[in-house]
Ligand binder design. Sequence first.
Ligand code: PLP
Length: 451
Amino acid sequence: MPAQTTISEAQEIIQDSLDYTLFSWSKQKGVTPLAIRRAEGVYLYDYDGRRYIDFSSGLMNVNIGHGNQRVTDAVMRQMQEVSYVTPGCVTKARGDLGKKLAEITPGNLKKTLFTTGGAEAIENAIKLARLYTGRHKIITRYRAFHGASYGAMTAGGDPRKLPSDSQQAPNFVHVEDPYCYRCPWSQEIQTCHRECVSHIERVIQFEGPENIAAILMEGESGTSGCIKYPPDYLQKIRALCDKYGILLIADEVMSGFGRTGKWFASELHGVVPDMIATAKGITAGYLPLGALIVTDKIADHFNDRILWLGLTYSAHPVVCAAAVEVLKIYEDENLLANAAAMGRYLDQQAALLKEQHPCIGDFRNTGLLGCFELVKDRATKEPMAPFNANPGEMAVMNQVAARIRQLGMYAFVRWNYVFVAPPLSITREQLDEGLAIISEALTIADAPVTH
Ligand code: PLP
């Protein structure tokens, strides 16, 4: 009789997914997904009982932490009453959520169109800006990521769009980022003249202000490397928008819902955008939801005009019920204040790690949206892996990422960035536990450092 090979439950689960499902942004051969059985707080547990500290809150969305029973209960209650109504009908959850969003967004941002995720919120923001202004161009930043659908992908500058380059949507104009660590104008933040802003004004003039519907920017940069805006940057962008009658759209998909220590990063920068496109933290990832929140002025424009936007799952009752509960949890558990406090602690600890690890070129963080930028040489700032690195250039970073996982952490590592974006419920001790893992993994990257 041939020897029977027994495979574990975990292997079977992984194999079914490998055989019958596709994996985003990856070569299909060679992906090594974790099979997660359950998750609680800041920890994920696999089928072999191994524990991983989740230092990226999933995809920077599980802000309240995993496994909160209150959300499950809210979802069940809603499902027992009604699971679906068309977007032309209303439910209590829809109105409650809209009202709460109007309360927590800055200024006169008042009315919300619900979508099913971030990219759709961005798509609708772009469409609405064009309908409202009658203009067609959208100005965005080269390093931003706004989602993977055609419009959102084209709006971003993330190189994941380059394989589909010939299919990019028309009428997007890109500008340089205010990447102070690698300033495109070789300036220092203390003495510069905000060349990053005058550059945008020149682009507006070249493109014709009368053609520009909106400037779209992340409320705070995320996967683009947590590139921190100079303190007055967004206010200056707001002033440019006002000067030329351009709308300001804040992409708060990642930076919203406490990630930066405030409900929205726009608030942190003292600006009121004309629209906020958001998702992720609105349900903390428990169910998929996106939102486009607009000012009363924009909403009123459509009082006597048709709003040419719509989705089957807009304002899905179950998802809205989950979001209403999640927003209560942020408040009941004081998560915004905790994110701000833990962010300050993280900044201190990261400064200590920088003393120990020559590979850390820079650490940038706002609340709990942070990243280490690794370099081969602090003097030249040569990155450990370049922007849009090919697999060969990722050798060291891949080893760092593998070590992080081996040591029991789930983290987001991209090019020469190691992100720190844990659930906002994290404690000091848990932050220490995670940073100790990162510190150990960074010794791999210290080896090739020349200075
Ligand atoms: N905008 C930003 C800033 C994001 O980080 C993301 C996703 O990571 C998106 C938009 C797209 O959101 P989704 O993946 O829900 O479509």
